[in-house]
Design a protein around this ligand. Structure first.
Ligand code: 3H9
Length: 688
């Protein structure tokens, strides 16, 4: 392996080049090499040193794969102090991201140059951590507390220009980083610029109102996540302590977080984000070219999919049944794009809109590389659409369905090219939600699956491969934990107690609030669809049907499980008699929030284990990613499978077996769960 840190000379300038692909993470060898390079610079006749990264970025931060293992010297905070302590000037020349420890190395340097396109940030909270190498102490000394709190609590980053404006860097340059670094160093030499240590700057001013406001905001926003509030504490430390003491305190807080399950959950999620799209069966398979996408149906979902494609720079042809519907779809998409401009996700709405055609004739799809239907969720309707697509699409084009439940194999049979058919299950709003379930049918060609993953990446989505079954990965599991919630209502819990307990667990909404938001008619229609095949032992939430019959459809009618004034709801007690009627003489019990969480989660994990056991999800991590990105599962818990490993599979199985005594149909243990318990293994062991 080549040296991860090179020491080079350019006249009087020393260049310290970090070359540790793919992201120049600050693993032990890099820290050691950087330390040695600073020593060498201190001893030779170079007058100034420039630290820069090779490849597409400066430094991606500490090496996350070292976390949770014993730390090895030299430690990163000591390295930053070592750089700062150098008696000749050191410059950090930053291009691309400088994140976490990478930003801390730059703060240890005496001068900072950022190339246009660089981003400086502290993403540690996304790993359940805070900066741990002096970042929380040095940044506020440069910028004041406000920008430091904003960045560290949110895990955000700033552009080079913003970094200059807030005092985080000293110069912004264009062109190539090495040349710009040398030019800056030469200018500094000409100006006889002195060594200038961030740590020598006075402590930033304390401002009680800023801290109070930040704590109030993050107590609300963090929903149980601890790191953002600790990040604010760490910035406060900078206002009270000298640098060395502050760094020691920051380190103490950092290690405290390192020991938490939240850190383990977030890092599990970090690596899953990257593993989820690495499918061995797709290795070496080239995706098909996609630049023109057809969308069939311009309702909320179709318009959202079209918006996502336009935001990614694709050309879109949207087919609607008549001009009026096509105009409506265009208006929805225009509104979506306007909102994207407001959120800073798009520069120019009109350029994006220029790539959209709304039409009423399927023949206009003749040039599309891929067509996605988002029409009414009905098998006959879908088959009709697919037969039409089959007739007009060019050979090699991909035919995708956005169905959330239906059998993609059956849909594929409506075409003469089932190898080109795949499910692309977007989540609403499709231009915002990150998850894309890629439903691979029996005959789907591998390069079609590879194309779906490539498309997801282009759209900025996280794709998860799923097999064909009712509801695929996410909705199948959802149906089960929703079932557990309904059973708890029959056994004595109120919908509001359940919602509160689930929110306390960390989800943004409880199942009944969610139902109100989505519209209670959706669940009603699903129940009707499944009525013919329903097992007689299954529970039907008759009160929910009664609510729909009364026209209580949730937020859209102002009444559901809650009565709404705007989006704020108060419990709708008028549903209690309906629930009482459904309970009949069933024995009642009281549920604590923990009881509710335990049952809800056990149902989720048990079904998820069946989903993995059946091969619908390839690995437990695919379930974790699905629930995180599509269903609001708290990232700091890693995902339901990770949570299950954390609480212990034997205890979970015992619970399931005990509930199975009264309801054996619903609580049938997943064979995979039983097998893992018998073998003393956990879900993580299956995450290849
Ligand atoms: C920290 O710094 C703590 C300090 O304050 C204190 C310490 C004492 N380490 O994302 P990509 C891997 S905490 C190890 O696809 P991109 C990644 O798993 C750290 N590995 O690339 C993947 O591996 P594989 C704060 C890492 O170009 C490969 O690199 N820093 C790390 O789309 C490519 O990754 C962060 O949180 C790492 N730090 O995006 C930054 N980073 O090929 C986290 C990545 O085997 N990283 N890998 O699947 C990122 O945000 C993005 O990777 C980055 C590049 C923007 C840098």
């Amino acid at each position: 392996m080549s040296d991860p840190v090179r020491y080079e000379r350019e006249g009087e300038i020393a260049l310290i080049v970090i070359a540790n692909p793919p992201v120049n993470a600050l693993g032990q060898a890099v820290r050691q090499g950087l330390w040695g390079a600073i020593d060498r610079f201190a001893q030779d006749d170079a007058r100034i040193a420039v630290i820069l990264g090779e490849g597409k970025l400066f430094l991606g931060g500490a090496d996350i794969s070292e976390f949770g293992k014993p730390m090895t010297e030299p430690f990163l905070p000591d390295l930053c102090t070592h750089i700062e302590g150098c008696t000749k000037p050191v410059v950090a020349a930053i291009h691309g991201p400088a994140l976490g420890g990478g930003c801390e190395v730059a703060l240890g340097a005496h001068y900072r140059l950022a190339m246009q396109g660089a981003r400086l940030g502290f993403p540690e909270v996304h790993l359940g951590l805070i900066p741990g190498a002096g970042g929380s102490q040095r940044m506020p000394r440069l910028t004041g507390i406000g920008p430091a709190i904003d960045m560290m609590a949110a895990g955000g980053s700033v552009t080079a220009e913003k970094a200059l404006a807030i005092g985080l860097v000293d110069r912004v340059a264009t062109g190539e980083v090495r040349a710009a670094g040398i030019a800056y160093a030469q200018d500094l030499l000409e100006d006889a610029a002195p060594v200038r240590r961030t740590g020598d700057l006075p402590r930033p001013a304390f401002d009680a109102a800023t801290f109070d406001e930040a704590r109030a905001l993050w107590t609300k926003k963090a929903r149980g996540e601890v790191a953002p509030l600790v990040a604010i504490d760490a910035v406060e430390v900078a206002t009270r302590m000298d640098l060395d003491a502050g760094i020691a305190e920051e380190r103490r807080l950092f290690f405290k977080l390192m020991e938490t399950p939240q850190r383990a959950g977030m890092i599990h999620a970090f690596f899953n984000d990257r593993r989820v799209s690495k499918l061995p069966e797709l290795a070496g398979i080239a995706p098909r070219e996609v630049s023109h996408v057809g969308v069939i149906g311009g309702g909320t979902m179709g318009a959202g999919i079209a918006t996502a494609c336009l935001l990614a720079g694709l050309t879109v042809t949207l087919v609607e049944r008549d001009d009026q519907a096509a105009d409506k779809a265009r208006a929805t998409i225009t509104g979506n794009l306007d909102a994207a401009v407001k959120r800073g996700k798009l520069d120019d709405r009109d350029t994006a809109l220029a790539r959209l055609r709304t039409v009423t004739d399927y023949a206009e799809l003749r040039d599309a590389d891929l067509a996605i239907e988002a029409v009414f969720e009905d098998m006959d309707v879908k088959k009709d659409v697919f037969a039409r697509l089959d007739a007009v699409l060019k050979p090699g084009a991909i035919l995708a369905t956005n169905t959330s439940y239906l059998d993609v194999n059956e849909i594929a049979q409506a075409t003469g090219r089932s190898g080109d058919v795949i499910g692309l299950h977007f989540f609403s709003p499709a231009h915002v939600m990150k998850l894309l379930e890629v439903v691979v049918a029996d005959a789907t060609a591998p390069d079609v699956t590879a194309t779906a993953f490539a498309l997801a990446k282009r759209l900025g989505k996280t794709a998860v491969k799923a097999g064909v079954c009712d509801g695929f990965i996410g909705n199948r599991i959802l149906a089960t934990y929703r079932g557990a919630a309904d059973r708890m209502i029959l056994d004595g819990a109120s919908p509001w107690e359940i919602d509160a307990a689930i929110k306390a667990f960390g989800l943004p909404m409880g199942p009944f609030e969610m139902g109100d938001l989505a519209g209670l008619d959706i669940g009603f229609l699903t129940r009707q669809r499944k009525a013919a095949t329903r097992d007689p032992r299954d529970v039907v939430p008759t009160w929910a049907d009664d609510m729909v019959h009364k026209g209580w459809l949730g937020q859209k009618t102002g009444t559901g499980y809650y009565v709404y004034e705007g989006r704020k709801g108060i419990p709708n007690e008028a549903i209690l008699p309906l629930i009482e009627a459904a309970r009949g003489d069933r024995p009642q019990q009281t549920f604590t929030p923990e009881d509710i969480q335990r049952r809800y989660m056990a149902a989720m994990v048990n079904e998820a284990a069946k989903v993995v056991g059946d091969g619908i999800a390839a690995r437990p991590l695919d379930v974790d990613v699905t629930l995180l990105y599509g269903y609001g599962f708290p990232r700091w818990r890693g995902g339901p499978m990770h949570w299950a490993d954390t609480v212990g599979l034997p205890a979970l199985l015992d619970d399931i077996k005990s509930w199975a005594q009264t309801d054996p149909y619903f609580w049938t243990p997943a064979p995979l769960l039983e097998q893992l318990v018998a073998e003393g293994r956990q879900f993580a062991d299956l995450n290849t």
